[in-house]
Design a binder for this molecule. Structure first.
Ligand code: ATP
Length: 347
């Protein structure tokens, strides 16, 4: 079966890391028809807009996109292109898997959790004002609909990825109405999934527990602000943002992208670490139901990183983006040779 996916290489190191992700995905044997479109600085130069209509049309038609980091031209009218895309497609869930790799220096080992962050409301609706010279206020909005949607998605992910527990994060002891509604809604959704353990943790306690025992968590679902903070905190436990993939998910559209920015300082120098983009590609494969191939990619990264020499410079190695990508591809081919079509490592 051939899939059609919108490919947005993006700016800075984007084209290098996204092309690495494409090559690795091809190596797994999943056939994808990539519809390549330009957005960000590249599009601004050629089309006079960082987000041409054909980019939006392509994503709407294909429903899945793999994208690199975009630089948002200043003063163009977009606060951020990522926010513009999120709004255009109502991408209500931000998904950030966080896992440790044996070879990479990190505070914790054996971490493998997924943070599911509500992406449309909470304090991020931008309703702030100065009441007078000395007082400012910001409005926090939590709705039952958005809470239900995100909690259902967290359980859906847990079920599809064989996770046994969902942890809901809140501060309902203080924010009784807003976080209270989020918690109440989460409890109701949990009742429909009795085979998955449901746990509620207050956000301050969660921060401590995550730092101490991140291995205890599998899927964490949180309102926008706590999800934002905990995502970076968790990434810090396993070696930083450089390795982190992400997805923004809507009802029928999903955009996968590395967490890092365009890193213009190392663009076109064959120095960028492509892991974040490659893992975003693996997330995309999981979303398409190609769990076996996604597992191959994750295993290949894990295996290649075990050798200190086989890393990019940011991880203390000597390899360039291309050479590292070749190693991952070779590793995938070696799995396929050994196991034929029966590759079935635990994922
Ligand atoms: P933007 O302005 O688009 O957010 P940025 O350049 O600030 O992008 P960050 O992702 O915040 O990008 O990266 C900060 C620095 O970390 C970069 O300048 C670069 O040196 C390094 N860096 C980021 N991503 C990578 C990567 N994939 N591989 C190697 N180094 C990276």
């Amino acid at each position: 079966m051939a899939y059609k996916v919108t490919l947005i290489p993006g700016d800075g190191i984007g084209p290098e890391v996204i092309s690495a992700a494409v090559d690795v995905i091809e190596a797994t044997g999943v056939h994808i028809n990539w519809e390549r479109v330009e957005a960000g600085g590249q599009a601004m130069e050629k089309e006079g807009t960082p987000l041409p209509a054909y980019v939006i049309e392509s994503i709407r038609k294909n429903k899945i996109a793999l994208k690199g980091p975009l630089t948002t031209p200043i003063g163009y009218g977009f606060r951020s292109l990522n926010v513009a895309l999120r709004k255009e497609f109502d991408l209500f869930a931000n998904i950030r898997p966080v896992r440790s790799f044996d070879g990479v220096e990190s505070l914790h080992k054996d971490v493998d959790l997924i943070i599911v962050r509500e992406n449309t409301e909470d304090l991020y609706i931008g309703q702030e004002r100065m009441i007078d010279d000395n007082r400012a206020e910001s409005i926090k909005v939590i709705t039952k609909g958005a809470s239900e949607r995100i909690c259902k998605y967290a359980f859906y992910l847990a079920e599809n990825l064989n996770r046994k527990k969902v942890t809901l994060v809140h501060k309902a002891n203080i924010l009784k109405l807003t976080d209270g509604l989020f918690l109440e809604t989460g409890r109701k959704v949990a009742k429909d999934h009795p085979h998955i353990e449901f746990e509620e943790v207050i956000v301050d306690a969660m921060s401590m527990k995550l730092v101490q025992n991140p291995q205890d968590y599998q899927v964490i679902v949180a309102p926008n602000l706590y999800g934002d903070i905990l995502s970076d905190l968790a990434a810090g436990l396993v070696g930083g943002l450089g390795l982190a993939p992400s997805a923004n998910i809507g009802e029928d559209i999903a955009i996968f992208e590395p967490v890092h920015g365009s890193a213009l300082d190392i663009a076109n120098m064959n120095m960028a670490n492509p892991i974040s983009a490659i893992l975003s590609g693996a997330m995309m494969l999981k979303h398409m139901g190609r769990l076996k191939e996604a597992g191959m990619i994750e295993d290949a990264i894990e295996d290649v990183l075990k050798d200190k020499e086989s890393r990019t410079r940011d991880l203390g190695g000597i390899l360039g983006t291309r050479e590292f990508t070749e190693k991952i591809i070779e590793k995938i081919y070696s799995y396929k040779q050994v196991e034929g079509d029966g590759y079935a490592k635990e994922i």
